[in-house]
Design a protein around this ligand. Structure first.
Ligand SMILES: Cc1ncc(COP(=O)(O)O)c(C=O)c1O
Ligand SMILES: N[C@@H](CCOP(=O)(O)O)C(=O)O
Length: 529
């Protein structure tokens, strides 16, 4: 949709070296490397958990001037027994099928999804307090790779990767914003929080997963595995993240984009980062089908969330939320869903925290879809009967215009096991919610508008109570979707009332005219004036 003339004229012209030390690792009372009868894990060293230095010596310990943070990490040899492997997703406990993470495999023998399974027994050798303290000790530092919100949880993500192979932009650690005004004004809530995963290196939560996937690719290439490049189908955010992380590691990337269906800001990201960009005359589901076929023929590694490595990074956003609440569990977490990997990633992050004793319960999850692309919602409404993929219609929430989500089974599992709910948002609802949020100081993307709509509906029906602590996950930066905001505030959208539009006022450039409009404006704001 074109910007209105108003908009055209008004807008469109011209680290420290500190070793971070957990405060209270269970088997270790004196801050020195862990070795006790309760711990068969004697080799956890400074590099693996950063637990080796007494607190008082930390500030005196500087890295030599000719050494960078990677060199420094390399000096500390990491020696632990944590491990992870691929297993069929939600398999029978007796199933023995598994694959090393160094294999190139995306599907189980039966064609089902895979999951990354951690050696939970090894992780359980340390109690919840230990892990909480360890993760807390790494926040806000520049130690490689722990300065990243993802790699600060390395033992739970890719425990066996060498720090040297990691490709990171110190992603994660995103803002958990107290949406005070929006909560009070529109929902009568005190405890509404927005997890701004889009305030990130490439402007979306995809960075969390992509740092893991590209790091593993980096490792595979060093092992001379047949990976010439990495490829994805995308509605704009996966491609941006893939191309940035690949460019940073010097790895070729190939992205399949549905022509004319993603924002200009998203399109320019892989172009600028030097990806090989194919603009295809189909929708996202068509691109996804093609990349799956192509990656089974050519030495191109698949970077979509069908690849379960991605979800290992994305799950850290859930752990981060708990950490930011000082390990108190919120009542609800609302996530916009498209290809449906992220809702499972959140579930997995919360579940690991529960199973490893960091918290005692998990929040209820809500997955929010655009009504124009709502296969999960329809499935939920049918009582989880047979799932029917659909042809997704155009939506302002263009990154979730997906009709045949690859992670449908993961999403259903996550929702069933978290007493979850699925909601939907019409175009009018999601655009109004976005405008309302923006009017309280946010600048969110339309997908976050979808999630906020779900919240508004669940508040109206009193499913979510005024005192419930609720987190809405904001998945991308609003600056990637400015055209939708321009259209809305121009009231330039067919069939939408654009009730919260705030178009600029064109005024003659003379004192009297400016005074007139300002007086009128102030009167509307303050009855005492
Ligand atoms: C901005 C944004 N929000 C939400 C989603 C949905 O995430 P998922 O595909 O993991 O459901 C996507 C991508 O699909 C996205 O790019
Ligand atoms: N919104 C996504 C769609 C693909 O999702 P993925 O998580 O499977 O890569 C995008 O930005 O491309």
């Amino acid at each position: 949709m074109a910007a209105s003339s108003i908009f055209r004229s008004s807008f469109l012209s011209p680290p420290s070296q500190l070793q971070t030390t957990p405060l209270n690792p269970r088997p270790n009372t004196n801050f020195f490397p862990i070795k006790s009868s309760t711990s068969p894990e004697p080799n956890i060293s400074a590099a693996s958990v950063d637990a080796s230095a007494p607190l008082q010596s930390l500030s005196k310990h500087r890295r030599p001037a000719d050494e960078n943070i990677r060199d420094e990490a390399r000096r500390h040899s990491s020696n632990h027994n944590f491990s992870a492997k691929y297993v069929p997703f939600n398999a029978d406990p007796n199933c023995t099928e598994s694959y090393s993470l160094d294999e190139i495999v995306y599907r189980s023998r039966s064609g089902g999804l895979l999951d990354v399974q951690h050696d939970m027994d090894a992780l359980k050798k340390f109690d919840g307090q230990y892990w909480r303290s360890l993760f807390d000790s790494r926040v806000g530092k520049t130690n490689w790779p722990y300065g990243s919100g993802v790699w600060s949880k390395k033992e739970w993500v890719l425990p066996e990767i060498d720090g040297d192979d990691i490709v990171s932009a110190f992603e994660g650690n995103s803002n958990l914003f107290w949406a005070e005004r929006f909560g009070k004004l529109f929902l009568g809530m005190n405890e509404l929080w927005v997890k701004h995963c889009g305030i990130s290196h490439t402007g979306s939560f995809k960075d969390l997963g992509m740092t893991v996937l590209v790091s593993q690719v980096n490792r595979l290439r060093k092992m001379n595995r047949p990976v010439v490049g990495v490829g994805c189908a995308s509605t704009g955010d996966t491609s941006a993240a893939l191309s940035a992380y690949c460019a940073s590691a010097g790895i070729p990337s190939v992205v399949f984009l549905p022509a004319n269906r993603i924002s200009i800001a998203q399109l320019v990201q892989p172009i600028a980062n030097g990806a090989f960009v194919l603009s295809l005359d189909t929708d996202f589901d068509g691109c996804m089908q093609l990349i799956r076929e192509i990656t089974s023929e050519l030495p191109i590694y698949l970077a979509n969330s069908l690849n379960s490595l991605r979800l290992e990074g994305q799950k850290t956003a859930a752990i981060e939320i708990l950490q930011q609440f000082d390990w108190e569990v919120p009542d609800w977490v609302i996530v916009p869903g498209g290809n449906l990997g992220n809702i499972y990633a959140f579930y997995k992050g919360f579940l690991m925290c529960k199973e490893l004793g960091l918290v005692d319960r998990i929040p209820r999850l809500v997955c929010a879809q655009a009504a124009n692309a709502n296969p999960l919602y329809l499935h939920y409404k049918s009582g989880w009967k047979e799932f029917k993929p659909m042809k997704a219609n155009t939506t302002f929430a263009s990154a979730i215009q997906i009709g045949d989500p690859v992670s449908i089974d993961r999403a259903v599992f996550a929702l069933k096991n978290s007493n979850g709910i699925v909601e939907e948002a019409t175009e009018e609802e999601l655009m109004d919610a976005m405008a309302q949020a923006d009017s309280t100081g946010m600048f969110i993307c339309p997908h976050t508008g979808v999630a906020l709509t779900a919240l508004i509906k669940l508040r109206k029906s009193e499913v979510i109570r005024p005192t419930d602590r609720t987190v809405v996950v904001s998945t991308a930066h609003g600056l990637k979707f400015t055209q939708s905001k321009i259209d809305y505030h121009s009231k330039d959208i067919k069939d939408l009332a654009c009730r919260y539009a705030n178009p600029p006022v064109q005024v003659k450039a003379d004192f009297g005219s400016v005074m007139d409009v300002l007086k009128k404006y102030l009167l509307s704001k303050d009855s005492k004036y």
